[in-house]
Design a protein around this ligand. Sequence first.
Ligand SMILES: [Zn+2]
Length: 332
Amino acid sequence: MSITPQVSLTAKLTINTDDHRPPTKDAVVPGPAPTPRELKVHPTNPGGENATLTFVGTATTLLEWRGLRIMTDPNFLHAGDHVHLGPGVTAQRLTNPSVSIDELPPIHLVLLSHYHEDHFDKLVEDRLRRDLPIISTPHAKHHLAEAQAKDEPFVTVTALDTWQAADIHAVGAAGDANLKVIAMPGKHLPPGILDMVNSALGAGIPPTNGWMVELLGEGGKTFRIYISGDTLMVDDLKSIPEKFPHVDLMLIHLGGTSIPGPNLPLLMVTMDADQGIQLVHLINPDVTIPIHYDDYDAFKSPLKDFQDLVTEAGLDKKVVYLNRGDQYAFKI
Ligand SMILES: [Zn+2]
């Protein structure tokens, strides 16, 4: 029998949502709040929407609620640009983000699942304002705030290990917002020798977090958003529904990202359609939104495969599909 993990509070952040500065260090004026290309709502129970999620591309989304704007995994490269994903491994971007980094509205917090270039590219690393609060892994903090960023480190990076949590209190003219961000398990590599070698060498595939974001809504009701991060469907994830039996919204990183392995022609490092539908069954969220599915040539599992499995499982009314620039409005 497994033991339900304990969440430990390790950080407290206060955020001023009246801070309207642009998120980049050199821009003078921030962009406007994104206008949705297409607006989607709950498939069976719409109404009372007071929060939005905009899909920018790859795993980049903007979550807005009570004046607070959170950006996930910022990746603002364009089609034709390349990222480095491991020793000797590059991937080419095939799509464009729905907004450019220069058009971004004010951002109050960045949630970074892991320090990998399709989630935090060189352009982003160069351009983001150094005092922009970032929550990520200890590995990412090491790179962003300590090691290679010595000249110009990010100064407000909070590192969370699995099951560690940060309490966030946001205040501003739009009202107060209280939320908790908890680091969820994630495995970018299959458990085993390769994983051990990778950790020992400190090279290649970085450690990754998922996130449980708990937003404290009206009447003390908690709205839970689970973001899978770049993970495979591994046993570690089974603790999540034990601890969080109800999830309102799941953002699932798909794509079946495949990179050349040491001895194998291709090694899969994110969920493909088959693993994705397994995670939907495991977490059983009220609504699932797939992200990270077609932006790089290393993403080998088409979204259509996942859609087919969703239909086969009779879950069409529980999945919302967003193209880049589309927005999902929902009620917290
Ligand atoms: Zn990725």
